[in-house]
Write a protein that binds this ligand. Structure first.
Ligand code: ASP
Length: 584
């Protein structure tokens, strides 16, 4: 007789003899009768061990403890009136146990598997125990569905799944590389790929036309809540395409994957330029589940009597004065709260936060005295203020204002609790700048292989690229670009990035060479699979959707990696440890 999965057993089995196997999730001894909840991968079944039915099975049940592995055989019967559990697929039945085998015992659990608040370190040390919970199983079931749906959708669109190397030469995506020392070539190193970017471009030069890979990427960067040193991307590239073709593939892929996972989402997504995103929402990944857009008021403030504001307003190219209206804000927030908001934005470099309240008798607030009546009216009109609204102002360097006002917008939405749950708001952010200048150094905003719209420019930061990001609920899900396919242009971009010919040859010679041999026009994108699953499952951290994740300090608490190696191994690799970096 085959062993049933718990979820397969239902009223149809009443009267039949069935065998199930699993882990004890709880055991209740009702003086005589022993009830055991036995759980396998995705369901729980109730076992009843009654000495009146079978003395031996009951005797074994007395020995059973939580998380023991059991195989139970018995006759299924209906649960008594009022004892049904509608939450379980098996909730109408129970097994009267005839034969109970303890396949394995278990030490007491080091933490309560069902307590979500348990310290994460202990959960990560015993990650396999956490994986035994229903919650984890459901996450990985969905992840598997999404991965398979990805393969199916791209296969249908004629994409070829191709693997690219893991130990390779560095492919820069803006982070530090993980290096692998070579034994055969002492003193030389491979790098783990930050993404398959250059290899996928070479596959296009190789004439493959459409490629995809569910690829592991490795980036040694300071870890934040939703980052991991290794993560998985759905990586896609195609030839003879323009931006619209790539966007169509991405939308088809995403909508198919969501639908395979049981979510209904639109088949095309809204779009916004980078500049609209920054000017209106202070972020290149605005959360569009709520509005709270900012408006520009720099021209009105230029005329005010406050020297600080009017002087900021004199440089409208470099600076911004942004107003953020909160409908009914004056009614919702106390004066103290309004002042508290200033402290919040100061943490992100703001020197202050002005505000007005829209009262029955007009616009009031500490700044009002600096404006003429007409300009007060201009503010009311521009911000479309109604009685009861509040409006906040950020002023200063544009990048700073975008940043802190963008954060403030999210902060307000959170404290006002206006972010709808269980909705997916997708957004394309397009027309990214090609470069950004930081401390006088030119950097590629996307990556250096992205095609600029043109190279005629006065200000290098004004060059736009054919790059697009896909944003979901305020999280960057992925992005991509049309690539440079001509060697001269690629060389020019390296030059602008301050990479001289020798360095370009040494680092990217193979790419520059390939572009000389009839490289087709091409472009693509990559989506973060872990982030996608995190958002789909409403998980609070990316670690929940990775089977064996690392901590924020890039450690694996389960295996204790990273760890020292033998002197012999170091010698083989021609390495000597000069000093131990203290582990934080
Ligand atoms: N390689 C890029 C990344 O990893 C994505 C792309 O341009 O396709 O972010």
């Amino acid at each position: 007789m085959r062993t049933h999965y718990c979820a397969e057993v239902n009223e149809e089995h009443i009267g039949q003899v069935v065998t199930v196997a699993g882990w004890v999730s709880s055991r209740r001894d009702h003086g005589g009768l022993i009830f055991i909840d036995l759980r396998d991968k995705d369901e729980v079944i109730q076992l009843v061990c009654d000495p009146a039915d079978n003395v031996e099975a009951h005797k074994i049940a007395e020995d059973v403890r939580d998380q023991y592995v059991l195989v139970a055989t018995g006759t299924m019967r209906a649960r008594g009136e009022g004892l049904e559990n509608p939450k379980l697929k098996t909730g109408k039945v129970e097994m009267v146990v005839d034969k109970l085998v303890i396949e394995n015992r278990s030490k007491p659990m080091p933490f309560d598997l069902n307590d979500e608040k348990v310290n994460e370190e202990i959960k990560l040390k015993y990650r396999y125990l956490e994986l035994r919970t229903q919650k984890s199983y459901d996450i990985f079931k969905l992840r598997s569905k999404a991965t398979i749906a990805t393969r199916n959708a791209l296969d249908e669109l004629d994409f070829l799944e191709v693997e690219t190397p893991i130990i390779t030469k560095s492919t820069p995506e803006g982070a530090r590389d993980y290096l692998v020392p070579s034994r055969v070539h002492g003193g030389e190193f491979y790098a783990l790929p930050q993404s398959p970017q250059l290899f996928k471009q070479l596959l296009m030069v190789g004439g493959f036309d459409r490629y995809f890979q569910i690829a592991k990427c490795f980036r040694d960067e300071d870890l934040r809540a939703d980052r991991q040193p290794e993560f998985t991307q759905i990586d896609v590239e195609m030839s003879f395409c323009d931006q619209e073709d790539v966007i169509k593939v991405a939308e088809k892929l995403i909508s198919n994957v969501f639908s395979a996972c049981g979510f209904d989402i639109p088949t095309t997504f809204n779009r916004m330029t980078y500049s609209e995103a920054m000017e209106n929402y202070g972020s290149d990944k605005p959360d569009m589940r709520y509005d709270l857009a900012m408006v520009d008021v720099i021209d009105i403030f230029e005329r005010c009597d406050n020297e600080i504001f009017s002087s900021i307003a004199k440089s409208p190219k470099k600076n911004r004065i942004k107003a953020l209206k909160v409908p009914k804000g004056d009614e919702i927030f106390s004066k103290r709260q309004m002042k508290g908001f200033e402290e919040y934005v100061r943490k992100f470099g703001a020197s202050g936060l002005g505000y007005f309240q829209m009262k029955e008798d007009g616009l009031k607030g500490p700044l009002a005295k600096f404006f003429t009546e007409e300009d007060i009216q201009a503010i009311v009109d521009r911000c479309e203020l109604e009685v009861g609204d509040a409006v906040f102002f950020g002023a200063g360097d544009k990048k700073l204002v975008w940043d802190y006002m963008g954060r403030f917008r999210i902060y307000l939405a959170e404290i006002m609790d206006i972010i709808p749950k269980d909705t997916f708001e997708f957004l394309w952010v397009m027309d990214f700048p090609m470069f950004e200048v930081e401390d006088g150094r030119v950097k590629a905003l996307h990556h250096p292989f992205t095609q600029p719209k043109s190279l005629d420019y006065e200000d290098i930061e004004e060059i736009e690229s054919i790059a697009y990001d896909i944003v979901l609920n305020g999280t960057e899900l992925g992005g991509g670009s049309i690539r440079i396919h001509k060697e001269e242009m690629q060389a020019e971009i390296f030059k602008l990035l301050g990479i001289d010919e020798e360095e370009a040859q040494e680092k990217f010679g193979f790419l520059l060479d390939a572009l000389k041999f009839g490289a087709p026009p091409h472009g693509g994108f990559a989506l973060g699979l872990d982030r996608l699953i995190m958002l789909m499952t409403g998980s609070s951290s990316i670690r929940e959707v990775i089977a064996f994740p690392k901590t924020q300090k890039a450690q694996c608490l389960l295996t204790q990696a990273p760890s020292p190696v033998d002197a012999e191994q170091l010698k083989d690799l021609s390495l000597r440890i000069r000093q131990q970096t203290p582990t934080a």
